[in-house]
Design a protein around this ligand. Structure first.
Ligand code: DX5
Ligand code: ZN
Length: 219
């Protein structure tokens, strides 16, 4: 039997005035990872948080901090996020000139390394570096905002990546991000996803609902 799916609530949907408490509440509610969306108003339209916020949040949960970097150029920021306490650092191939070097650096810094594929990024972008990644993140929306609708085109891409990952014989997480709710979650899991990012669906209703929201996403 395969391992149960992991849920990574995206802080993008949290109450930004109470981020520490939100992280703590999600931890207590059964979140497996804490997903932090870092946006620079350049690689993507939105602007969110930097390493100082990750560092400030670190004491609020011992669960892995899954940091999704939507910044360009990404290389100069990788070290600061590792020092701030990120466990996983995921980068888009388009966010720097040398993906192989970026991933090597992330691993040298003691973090797990992920590659993120936008809806229009060919899957082959990750193939040459599959032996050095711990995670592949499939975007099921265009990055930049929470609350967007799930793109059906993600499903065959997840299936294809499942096959490629299985062929490596390595335990690489297959994560999906964007428009994940109780309806889309079982579909992406059936396609082969092992980690689900969910912002809107995790934080809906506020803290009293978090445990139920996560349980629902786990199916
Ligand atoms: C989008 C972010 C997502 C986003 C997901 O750029 O990477 O993590 O917060 O939000 P929902 O779950 O609301 O689609
Ligand atoms: Zn994300």
């Amino acid at each position: 039997m395969s391992a149960p799916v992991k849920i990574a609530p995206s802080l993008l949907a949290a109450d930004f005035a109470r981020l520490g408490e939100e992280v703590q509440a999600m931890d207590a509610a059964g979140a497996d990872w804490i997903h932090v969306d870092v946006m620079d108003h350049h690689f993507v339209p939105n602007l969110t948080v930097g390493p100082m916020v990750v560092k400030a949040l670190r004491p609020w949960s011992a669960k892995p901090f899954d940091v999704h970097l939507m910044v360009s150029p990404v290389d100069p920021l990788v070290e600061a996020f590792a020092a701030a306490g990120a466990d996983i650092l995921s980068v888009h191939p388009e966010s720097g000139p040398h993906l192989h070097r970026t991933l090597s650096r992330i691993r040298e810094l003691g973090c797990k390394a992920g590659v993120v594929l936008n809806p229009a990024t060919p899957i082959v972008a990750v193939e040459p570096v599959l032996d050095m990644v711990d995670l592949v993140l499939v975007m099921s929306v265009n990055p930049g905002f929470g609350g967007q609708s799930f793109l059906e085109s993600a499903l065959p891409r997840i299936e294809r990546l499942r096959t490629l990952i299985d062929r490596t014989g390595r335990s690489i997480e297959l994560e999906v991000d964007g428009g994940i709710d109780a309806t889309t979650a079982p579909r992406v899991v059936a396609a082969g996803a092992t980690v689900l990012v969910a912002g809107t669906a995790s934080f809906a209703g506020g803290p009293p609902h978090y445990a139920r929201n996560i349980a629902r996403l786990k199916g």
